[in-house]
Ligand binder design. Structure first.
Ligand code: IPM
Ligand code: MN
Length: 364
């Protein structure tokens, strides 16, 4: 019985999580999977109740669950808290505690949505990229860090960007393994022309490639050039590997190729597994039934695939999403004239309908 800890979080996280739980329940019925869902507070909602973004109890529950399914955290209400009390710190703590070091962020441009991108259709049509982002190391966690007072009355803020060989090797293997199952092409992103830590990144990734994955083509790009090439020739990328901060930036950029952050799922795997959409809590539209639930729905499909080996039910969800888009249903973020505008809940209902109607095509 798959045990899932559900952390809806804040803002639109709550709405999109509700919709995706409905979808998972339908999938469960259809495929005889008995999900056990337990819901807990996380982020701002946990701060309001307990004063901290995640309690130890919730961390323990996350560790003992088979997977964590989370919505989004944060919002203006909690923005001015001390660093360690912010919702974002709860998210980082959860990732670290579960050692969820590999963040997989697929960016796919659906044919029906190619016009939703801010780039020209011919540039983005057919884009299918997997960003593999290191998630529990690098500058997000490096020490020393802080803000200190200087003698002359100024302040100095500082963080540390460091990676060990082992940290680089393990994330590189995840990226190479994924590339091997796709088009056998990996682009590793660094800043080896300036930073020693990134020289180590480049030589380590090169060594893992040469010794363990000679069949995968490896390209190295400096992060500035990568950011540029990603909007210039997005179709030439297959798997992109980056450290924590560069991966954070590049994955938002890859997301925008697809037209909306509201479409992008992600999986963070390691010892434990966290499934979260790439988008944030969007406080400006929260509670208005306006959010796009597709990122969250595709996130739950990733959970089925990566945590429970349920590839076929995951595919059913993905295809239902594609069909709903082809029929012209759109939430506000991807809407354009001539399409049918739906709220968050109604979009979920359309996808649910497709799943219920889904008939496996018999093999001939
Ligand atoms: C993301 C987010 C987080 C990150 C924030 C909310 C801490 O931007 O998941 O990409 O920087 O990792
Ligand atoms: Mn981000």
């Amino acid at each position: 019985m798959p045990k899932v800890l559900v952390l809806p979080g804040d803002g639109i996280g709550v709405e999109v999580t509700n919709v995706s739980l409905d979808i998972l329940n339908i999938i469960g019925e259809k495929h005889n999977i008995d999900f056990e869902f337990e819901t807990e507070l996380f982020g701002g909602s946990s701060i309001d109740e307990h004063g901290i973004p995640i309690t130890n109890e919730v961390i323990e529950k996350a560790k003992s669950a088979d997977a964590v399914l989370m919505g989004a955290v944060g919002g203006p209400k909690w923005e001015n808290l001390a660093h360690e009390n912010k919702p974002e710190s709860g998210l980082l703590a959860l990732r670290k505690e579960l050692d969820a070091f590999a963040n997989l962020r697929p960016a796919i441009v659906y044919p029906a949505l190619a016009d939703a991108s801010t780039l020209k259709r011919e540039v983005v049509e057919g884009v299918d990229i997997m960003v593999v982002r290191e998630l529990t190391g690098g500058i997000y966690f490096g020490r020393p860090r802080g803000i200190e007072k200087l003698k002359d009355g100024q302040e100095k803020g500082f963080n540390t960007l460091s990676y060990t060989t082992l940290e680089i090797e393990r994330i590189a293997r995840v990226a190479f393994d994924i590339a091997r199952k796709r088009n056998k092409k990996l682009t590793s992103i660094d800043k080896a022309n300036v930073l020693e830590v990134m020289q180590l990144w480049r030589t380590t990734v090169t060594r893992i490639g040469e010794t363990e994955y000679p069949d995968v083509e490896l390209e190295h790009l400096y992060v500035d050039n990568a950011a540029m090439q990603l909007i210039r020739r997005p179709k030439s990328f297959d798997v992109m590997l980056a450290g924590n901060m560069f991966g954070d930036i590049i994955s938002d950029e890859a997301a925008q190729l697809t037209g909306s952050l509201g479409m992008l799922p992600s999986a963070s795997i390691g010892e434990g597994a966290i499934y979260e959409p790439v988008h944030g809590s969007a406080p400006d539209i929260a509670g208005q039934n306006m959010a796009n639930p597709i990122a969250m729905i595709l996130t739950s499909a990733m959970m089925l695939k990566y945590s429970f080996d349920l590839d076929q039910p995951a595919r059913v969800i993905e295809e239902a999403v594609e069909r709903v888009l082809e029929k012209g249903f759109r939430t506000a973020d991807i809407y354009h004239e001539g399409m049918i505008k739906l709220g968050c809940k109604e979009m979920g209902e359309e996808i649910a309908r497709e799943i219920k109607d889904y008939k496996e095509t018999p093999l001939v």
